[in-house]
Ligand binder design. Structure first.
Ligand code: PEP
Ligand code: MG
Length: 582
């Protein structure tokens, strides 16, 4: 049994078998099949071999033409392995006798060959090991397609262990069967972390080497609240965690009872509590956790996992569904926030050294007005079915905001001309997530109806700390005095211009930091539905006056660590139960 520590990003406890995904050598899940599925699995194996043979012949031809025969001859060895009767019969026997899926049967047979060849003390045969490895990977790729297919076709519950998970992996995976995530890299606001919270799946990120140290089939305990993963635990440890899990479920049940109560302080100061979503099918969870609206709908997920761009009509149907399901409650639809650690398969982007600082989000949309306007028209059309708002990501200067508003105005005029209805009073806002935008928020405030402070990025850009890099995660500090000053400045500038100011970063999901924001005067907070009840409980346990005093005092400290410690200590006096459980 070993226990490793990482960064806790999504609370809860998961216990089950590991499924390790390797980006380059692919991991293979074992699935048990019934007798009548045997012929289908054998046929899949034969198809996989045929396809691999065709691929290899194509490669051999190309190399022969470009580099000459002697270079292409190495593929003859690969082709021979592909035709090896013993290997083929071994795999078929496994499928029949062990009743397992093709990929698993093939992978275990090839491993056996691989080990046998590795042990032989002969230079020529040693070289064949690399061939076996290579051809084995090729066949597996053809059998499995892409790793995301493995994730969508899981037959048993697993804890996914991987170097990282791409947004497309998380978007396609079977959410019933994935009970936890553990990754080598990532920080609290990396997209793997955000997705895990959205999907309510316990997760730990930034555990260096976990994808190498754990093997598929190992039994894991993943404690997403404390950031610990225990590999092959003993009975006593399993029992201890079972007890913890029961306590966690109990606490959540208690908190969920607050669902229908208002998010207001003891002296009745309301704070709008909303939820962040990536997919429309998260709405039941939004409602179940008592959110008063959606403060951030990350629409870029709609563009993922497809070879073409979504049409205006498709987007309209999706946004309309969200608007209708939320009925009177507001939904802030953020326009396409492409880039950073979110890439779309349908759009070829040039390679960039610094994708977080690159051609992304509103910068991309202003350059591709066709894509941007399509989305704006779809949101406007859907606005006649509910209470939608539009929000632009990554605004860094006034010109970008004016340009975006100009394109929105064109979209409005087109729709008017076409006689298509939309909400003429739809609010338009800007995300404040770049320090330059915070510093000119008094200017930007004149052009919008609201601000939403994106602390995930604001922290990354203000402190120069890559939000997905676990090595510097210790520097990623929401309570850094510089961050608090920027936030306070945005809130004050917004209020001086009579607009409301919210935040949709993960920071407000921490009750201690949430109270700090309430004390600074924030009007709305939006975070993953999962953590909303805790935040609501904190808000309902304090007066606005107390929160203000705490924030004012906190701003006098010189370090983030001291600020957080001070606020936590004060809150421990005011709401001991809640702080105790965190
Ligand atoms: C943010 O940057 O704070 C934010 C909410 O947006 P995202 O996490 O999608 O970048
Ligand atoms: Mg952002």
């Amino acid at each position: 049994m070993i226990a490793v520590q990482g960064i806790a990003v999504s609370p809860g406890i998961a216990m089950g078998k590991a499924l390790v995904l390797h980006s380059e050598d692919m991991s293979v899940p074992r699935m048990n099949i019934s007798e009548d599925q045997i012929p289908r699995e054998i046929a899949r194996f034969e198809d996989g071999l045929t396809k691999t043979r065709a691929d290899l012949l194509g490669i051999r031809r190309k190399i022969s033409q470009e580099l000459g025969r002697e270079h292409s001859d190495i593929f003859n060895a690969h082709l021979l392995i592909l035709e090896d009767r013993t290997l083929i019969e071994d795999v078929i026997a496994r499928i029949k006798e062990d009743r397992v899926n093709t990929e698993y049967a093939f992978s275990s047979v090839i491993q056996k060959y691989f080990q046998a060849f590795s042990r032989i003390d002969d230079e020529y045969l040693k070289e064949r090991v690399a061939d076996i490895k290579d051809i084995g990977r090729r066949i597996l790729q053809n059998l499995m397609g892409h790793s995301k297919d493995v994730l969508s076709d899981l037959k048993e519950q697993v804890v996914i262990v991987s170097h990282d998970l791409s947004p497309s992996d998380t978007a396609t995976m079977n959410r019933e069967q994935v009970i936890g995530f553990a990754t080598d890299i990532g920080g609290p606001t990396s997209h793997t972390a955000i997705m895990a919270r959205s999907l309510e799946i316990p997760a730990v990120v930034g555990i260096e080497g976990i994808s190498k140290d754990v093997a598929t089939g190992d039994y894991l305990i993943l404690d997403g609240t404390h950031g610990v993963v225990v590999v092959n635990p003993d009975r006593e440890t399993i029992e201890r965690y079972r007890l913890e899990e029961r306590k966690y479920v109990e606490l959540n049940r208690e908190l969920t009872k607050l669902k229908d109560l208002k998010a207001e302080t003891l002296d009745h100061h309301p704070v709008e509590l909303s939820a962040n979503i990536e997919f429309p099918d998260e709405i039941p969870s939004v409602i179940a956790h008592g959110a008063e609206g959606i403060g951030l709908y990350r629409t870029e997920y709609f563009y993922l996992n497809r070879s073409d761009l979504p049409t205006e009509e498709e987007q309209y149907q999706a946004y309309k569904k969200v608007a209708e399901q939320m009925s009177e409650q507001p939904v802030v639809v953020r326009t396409l926030d492409l880039g950073g650690d979110k890439f779309l398969s349908s759009i070829e982007l040039p390679y960039e050294m610094n994708p977080f600082l690159g051609w992304r989000a509103i910068r991309f949309c202003l350059a591709r007005v066709d894509i941007f306007k399509n989305q704006l028209r779809a949101i406007l059309r859907a606005s006649s079915h509910g209470k939608l708002k539009i929000m632009y990501p990554m605004i860094s200067n006034l010109e970008e905001l004016l340009n975006a508003n100009q394109i929105l105005e064109e979209a409005r005029q087109e729709l008017r001309k076409e006689g298509i209805p939309f909400d003429e009073n739809l609010e338009v806002g800007a995300m404040i997530e770049i320090p330059s935008a915070a510093l000119i928020s008094h200017i930007l405030a004149k052009e919008v109806d609201f601000f939403s402070i994106g602390t995930n990025d604001l922290i990354q850009y203000a402190l120069a700390v890559d939000r997905v890099n676990e090595k510097i995660a210790y520097l990623y500090d929401p309570s850094h005095p510089a961050i608090l000053q920027l936030i306070k400045m945005v809130i004050d500038n917004g209020h001086a211009n009579n607009i409301w100011v919210g935040t949709c970063g993960e920071m407000c999901g921490d009750p201690v930091l949430a109270i700090l924001l309430v004390g600074m005067g924030i009007d709305e907070m939006s975070t993953s539905p999962l953590v909303l009840p805790k935040v609501k409980k904190a808000i309902r346990s304090i007066t606005l006056r107390q929160a203000r005093e705490i924030s004012e005092e906190a701003m006098k400290f010189s370090t983030g660590g001291n600020i957080k410690k001070f606020v936590a200590e004060r809150l421990r006096e005011i709401m001991p139960e809640l702080i105790e459980h965190l």
